[in-house]
Ligand binder design. Structure first.
Ligand code: ADP
Length: 349
């Protein structure tokens, strides 16, 4: 760059000197000697001036780049001022290119660090969740092997408990697999026009026995319109199953769980309401995170994996929708989600 600054100064100085000599040669009173002196003076004067100006600009820009690189090294990216590109000055352009590149790389590094932290936390959570049922089953089996197996009554009780822990482990592994498959995109959504009311009534049928055992009234409100939505039957069945299962799990005996609908012009909203314990406000934004539970022991005692709502969130995201929740402690909760009405549904109303 310094070399080209010198060349440019030289060329410009020669040009200025030539113009000066040409101009003076037109004046008759100036002789040959005078022309040479004027040419040399104008050449050296303009060369020096142009060279100093160019060098000053070049050094100033180089210094700016150095300063920026120093800040980059110290990770003070936010302190760097971004300048608008002066298209004529290549150094300014380089400066800006380095800045954009550094900003991009820094963003990538931050993202990777976040992912790494998330991965570590997830592995720690999964290990902890797997450990709980494994340790419980292991404990029962060892107690049996240590002699309890000879007592028929204790043997049956402990074997049942070990089996329950292993069943819980199976559900947990299934949920983990579902979640990871949805996240990695291994499960492709199969969108089709489907009857949401029919889907919900099939889910409700499966929970009849469980709700009766807890003396919980399970109601499905028949909508006035036909509810044809455009969605994946199997995945939305999973969403409704998880929400109804939670509603029953977190509602005490004698309570009520209602599944209702609201039909809008473009969407159908499904509501799953319960008269259960409710969720304190500060937990509402976090319950859709993996393994987040308001009351850990209570969730485990009810066979919860802590993944139900995370699965709901991911499936609904795959449908371009999301779950909403409204809850009042001691009164109950309402979870809802929207699905688009299938085209041509209006005619069937
Ligand atoms: P879990 O397997 O623990 O039920 P979920 O992801 O389904 O996991 O739910 C996360 C947490 O949200 C639960 O542990 C519970 O604290 C809370 N929760 C979910 N649904 C309800 C509900 N209907 N009523 C009260 N609390 C709920």
């Amino acid at each position: 760059m310094v070399y080209s600054a010198r060349m440019m100064a030289l060329l410009l100085a020669v040009f200025i000197a030539l113009v000066t000599v040409l101009f003076l040669s037109l004046v008759q009173s100036v002789d040959r000697y005078g022309l040479i002196v004027a040419g040399v003076i104008s050449f050296s004067g303009s060369y020096l001036l142009i060279y100093v100006v160019l060098e000053f600009l070049v050094f100033r820009e180089i210094n700016k780049i150095y300063k920026m690189l120093e800040k980059l090294r110290k990770k003070e990216l936010s302190g760097i001022k971004r300048e608008k590109s002066g298209a004529l000055n290549p150094l300014k352009n380089i400066n800006e290119e380095i800045y954009s590149f550094a900003l991009l790389k820094q963003k990538e590094i931050d993202e990777l660090k976040k992912l790494e932290a998330f991965r570590k936390e997830f592995i720690a959570d999964v290990s902890h969740e797997l450990k709980t049922p494994i340790f419980a089953a292991q404990g029962f089996v060892h107690t049996l092997l240590d002699g309890a197996v000879n007592d028929k009554h204790v043997r049956n009780r402990f074997l049942k408990k070990a089996a329950k822990s292993l069943d819980g482990l199976d559900v947990l592994v299934q949920d983990l697999l579902t979640l990871s498959q949805i996240e990695t995109g291994d499960i492709k959504m199969k969108f089709e026009p489907l009857d949401l009311f029919k889907l919900c009534s099939e889910v409700i049928d499966q929970f009849e026995e469980k709700s009766e055992k807890k003396n919980i009234k399970l109601k499905l409100i028949n909508p006035e319109h036909k509810l044809t939505v455009y969605a994946d039957w199997q995945r939305i069945t999973q969403v409704v199953t998880n929400l109804v299962s939670n509603a029953i799990n977190y509602t005490t005996e004698g309570g009520e769980v209602v599944v209702a609908f609201d039909v809008g012009k473009k969407n159908v909203t499904a509501f799953i309401s319960d008269t259960g314990e409710g969720i304190p406000q500060q937990h509402l934004t976090r319950i859709f995170e993996r393994f987040y539970r308001v009351d850990k022991s209570r969730s485990r005692e009810k066979g919860g994996t802590g993944l139900g709502l995370a699965i709901v969130k991911h499936i609904l995201e795959g449908h371009g929708s999301r779950a909403e929740v409204e809850s009042h402690v001691g009164k109950g909760s309402t979870f809802s989600f929207k699905l688009p009405r299938s085209k041509g549904d209006d005619e069937k109303e």
